[in-house]
Design a protein around this ligand. Structure first.
Ligand SMILES: [Fe+2]
Ligand SMILES: [Fe+2]
Length: 245
């Protein structure tokens, strides 16, 4: 069963955490930006692409005063999550830090940013907000970028997974339904490089106490979390290797 939610508005998916994406009926591959509100600070996660900017900005403004945004997490350098960072910098209009891996920062700099970088690999893989709330970063190398990582919010036990746990589907719902796992596998089979690489990171994620998986594509997973992790742990992927030229 898919739970129906009013996706025309920002949706609170955990205490103080908002999904600020939109239902694009023409897309088989949705982008999901998020905002974490924490006291006087806010964190914007994977803000998104240029065509999505007006809609995403409206949703962000509906949940947070822009100058409160202190950090922008960019899980890697792709345009579907980074292209609007310079636009957000303009409207936030105060110094922000872009939280990413050093390897991604080298590429993200090409978008022409003003922010400084907070390199997770040089900061003990964590960020502590003013309130003391800790975000932990878990390295998921080569999934799908060498410097890929995911973000774990200790307070709500939400895991922001970037491209991991994303899915392809024209029948999109904010929360994963019974067919989600098939769309998720289809995406990972050719997007992620190898079973060995995928399984190694899934073993790390299994050690976390996760209440909610919030991917950058597809749907939120808040039930049977272990089943989804194990589906990826056991998945044969890298299948472009076997396509005919
Ligand atoms: Fe990506
Ligand atoms: Fe992506």
């Amino acid at each position: 069963m898919n739970r129906e939610v009013d996706t025309s508005k920002a949706v609170e998916i955990a205490e103080g955490i908002y999904w600020v994406g939109f239902h694009d009926e023409s897309a088989g591959f949705h982008c999901n930006p998020y905002v974490i509100l924490d006291g006087k600070e806010a964190v914007l996660i994977d803000p998104g692409s240029i065509p999505h900017y007006p809609l995403v900005l409206n949703k962000v403004v509906s949940v947070v005063e822009l100058p409160r945004i202190r950090y922008i997490i960019a899980h890697h350098q792709d345009p579907d999550l980074c292209a609007t960072i310079p636009k957000f910098e303009e409207v936030i209009n105060r110094p922000t830090s872009v939280v990413t891996h050093t390897r991604a920062s080298v590429l993200i700099a090409h978008y022409g940013l003003k922010s400084d970088f907070y390199a997770v690999d040089q900061k003990d893989w964590q960020l502590t907000l003013q309130s003391g709330r800790r975000l932990r970063f878990i390295f998921t190398p080569y999934l799908h970028f060498p410097g890929a990582f995911v973000t774990y919010d200790e307070k709500t036990k939400t895991l922001f997974t970037s491209d991991l746990f994303g899915a392809l589907s024209f029948d999109w719902h904010l929360y994963a339904g019974e067919y989600y796992i098939e769309g998720m596998k289809a995406f990972h089979e050719n997007y992620m490089p190898s079973r060995e690489i995928l399984a190694a990171s899934m073993r790390k994620l299994k050690k976390l106490d996760i209440k909610l998986i919030a991917p950058q594509h597809g749907s939120l997973i808040d039930e049977n979390i272990l089943e989804y992790i194990e589906a990826l742990e056991n998945l044969e992927c890298g299948d472009y290797m076997f396509y005919q030229d």
